[in-house]
Structure formats: structure tokens, C-alpha cells
Design a protein around this ligand. Structure first.
Ligand SMILES: NC(=O)c1ccc[n+]([C@@H]2O[C@H](COP(=O)([O-])OP(=O)(O)OC[C@H]3O[C@@H](n4cnc5c(N)ncnc54)[C@H](OP(=O)(O)O)[C@@H]3O)[C@@H](O)[C@H]2O)c1
Length: 278
């Protein structure tokens, strides 16, 4: 029976929930970060008695400290894995993106991830533990309509690469998982946020960006994704394998985006302009 402990942020739904339940089944002691009590209760109802939930909004410094204290109390200060999964996504051309949303995406996807990671490093050092950061194809290839989300996921890649070397002397391994399309609630949220932005923005400006809406909304609606359980299996592999990779790719689009990112900029831009504005 595996007695390793792991913290997962954003475990109320999607990839985080699937990962929490999968690791629980494998025998990990899972601390699942949720923002609502009801989500924690729901998770517990499907898990073993080992799973605990933490009320953890990653943008709330006090909540982060309470989460650390709770894990210390239950584990004698030893943590084997931190899965930074909590994240939000929003598609919009920058001109239409509300400033509050820009702030929120950066706060959750970047500042929250940094502050949670910083707080758990001492616990991970005691076990030579692992950090897994959930990134995106948009963390390796920046496309239009996603400047803010891409900025946040490029930051996740940068944090992963920096910390892997910074924490190397302590044998803390740091990996990212570059996720393509996964069928989770985030896809519905992207489409409903899009509708709201269109309704509340000047129609003459909205019209200017119609090709982007057609292309990227089509991708969200039509491209089929993988189930979150596949990402959960990959995360468990990254936590348990003898030698974790620095970067994992999974899901439709992830490898394609990484390959496009490797092309010369001029060629890459030409291909994208052709696809978007034909
Ligand atoms: N699905 C995809 O196609 C896809 C592709 C690439 C990358 N990803 C990445 O995968 C990760 C998980 O996304 P998902 O697809 O599983 O979406 P999801 O079902 O919407 O899950 C997002 C999770 O993040 C949590 N969250 C949001 N704001 C938070 C905050 N301030 N503090 C703590 N938790 C917060 C949500 O909690 P609440 O329920 O309380 O809001 C939820 O548990 C994200 O980092 C996302 O960027 C997903």
C-alpha cells in the first residue's frame, strides 16, 4: 500500500478531480484542494477514508498557510507530491478582454501557483518530493485570441524550468504536463464567457475579430478531447516513475502545438494567418 502524500489544487472538477480519485485508488494519501465545502464532501463520498480536502483558493494567502498547516498536522511535515492543477481559461482578443479578467487569470494561473509551491517546498524537501505543473499547448505555442491565457501558461513553463534547477540540489523533481484538449467543464466555461464578452462589447469591435471567434470557437466545439482520467494516469506516472521527464505531452493538439512552436517564426505566422484569415 502506497503511503505517499500528495496535494492537488483545483480538485473540484475535471483533471484535478479525476487525479485526486485516481491517486486515492492507487493508495496515495490525497489532500484535494477545493474552494467549496460541498465539492470536498462530494469528493470524499467517492474516495477512500484516506482522502482529505483542503479549502484552498490559491489566490488566498491565509488559505494557503492553513492548507500547509493541515498537511503538516496529518503527515508530520512530509509531502511527496504537489500537483499544481488549479487554473482558469478565457478566450478573447486583448482589446475585448476585461482588465478584471486579465488580473484574475494571472492571479490564479501564475501568482497562485507560485505561492502554493513556495509554501510547500519545505515539506517536499523532507521527502525529495515532486512538483507537477499543469500547463497547456498554449504554454508552448502562443496563438491569437489567447494572449492572456498563453502568457499565464508560458509562465507555468518558465516556473517549471527555473524550479527544476533551483530545487535540483534537494532532489525535488519538477515536471510540467502540456495538456491538449480534455473534455472538462472548462470548455463550457470558455464558450459562455465568450458569449458574455460579445454581449457586453461594442458590436463594431466584436465584428473585427469574427475570424478568430469562428476559428477558435469551432475548435472548442468540434475537436474531440480525451477524458480527464487519461491525464490523471499520466500524472500518477510522473509522480511514481524512477526518472520523471521535464515535460509530458498529452491530448489532441499538444504535440502539434509543440511542433508548430519549433518552426521558424516567419513560417509559423504564415501558416497561422493562412488558417485563420483564409
Ligand atoms: N480541459 C482542457 O482542455 C485543458 C487544456 C489545457 C490545459 N488545461 C489546464 O488543466 C487544468 C485543469 O482544468 P480543467 O480542464 O480540469 O478545468 P475545470 O474542470 O474548470 O477545473 C479547474 C479547477 O480549477 C479550480 N480553480 C479555479 N480558480 C481557482 C482558485 N482561485 N483557487 C483554487 N482553485 C481554483 C476550479 O475550482 P472551482 O470549481 O471552485 O471553480 C476547478 O477545480 C487547468 O490548469 C487548465 O488550464 C485544461
Amino acid at each position: 500500500m502506497c503511503k505517499q502524500t500528495v496535494v492537488i489544487t483545483g480538485a473540484s472538477s475535471g483533471i484535478g478531480r479525476a487525479t485526486a480519485l485516481h491517486l486515492d485508488q492507487l493508495g496515495f494519501t490525497v489532500f484535494a484542494g477545493v474552494r467549496k465545502e460541498a465539492d470536498g464532501i462530494s469528493l470524499k463520498s467517492e474516495a477512500s477514508s484516506n482522502l482529505e480536502y483542503l479549502l484552498l483558493d490559491v489566490t488566498d494567502g491565509d488559505a494557503v498557510q492553513i492548507a500547509v498547516d493541515t498537511v503538516v498536522r496529518h503527515t508530520d511535515g512530509r509531502l511527496h507530491g504537489l500537483v499544481n492543477n488549479a487554473g482558469i481559461s478565457l478566450n478573447a482578443p486583448l482589446e475585448l478582454m476585461p482588465n478584471t479578467k486579465i488580473q484574475q487569470i494571472i492571479d490564479v494561473n501564475v501568482v497562485g501557483l507560485l505561492s502554493v509551491t513556495k509554501a510547500f517546498i519545505p515539506l517536499l524537501r523532507r521527502t525529495k518530493g515532486r512538483i507537477i505543473n499543469i500547463s497547456s499547448g498554449h504554454g508552448v505555442l502562443a496563438v491569437p485570441d489567447k494572449s492572456v491565457y498563453a502568457a499565464s501558461k508560458f509562465a507555468v513553463q518558465a516556473i517549471t524550468d527555473s524550479l527544476r534547477l533551483e530545487l535540483h540540489p534537494f532532489d525535488i523533481q519538477v515536471s510540467s504536463v502540456v495538456v491538449g484538449k480534455v473534455d472538462t467543464a472548462v470548455l463550457g466555461k470558455i464558450l459562455s464567457d465568450r458569449e458574455q464578452i460579445i454581449e457586453t462589447s461594442p458590436s463594431e469591435v466584436v465584428k473585427l475579430y469574427q475570424p478568430l471567434f469562428d476559428f477558435f470557437d469551432g475548435e472548442v466545439k468540434e475537436l474531440s478531447g480525451i477524458p480527464p482520467s487519461e491525464v490523471a494516469s499520466l500524472i500518477s506516472e510522473a509522480l511514481t516513475t524512477g526518472k520523471p521527464k521535464s515535460q509530458y505531452l498529452i491530448g489532441p493538439g499538444a504535440s502539434k502545438m509543440r511542433n508548430l512552436a519549433r518552426l521558424p517564426v516567419g513560417l509559423r505566422d504564415w501558416l497561422m494567418v493562412k488558417a485563420l484569415y483564409k
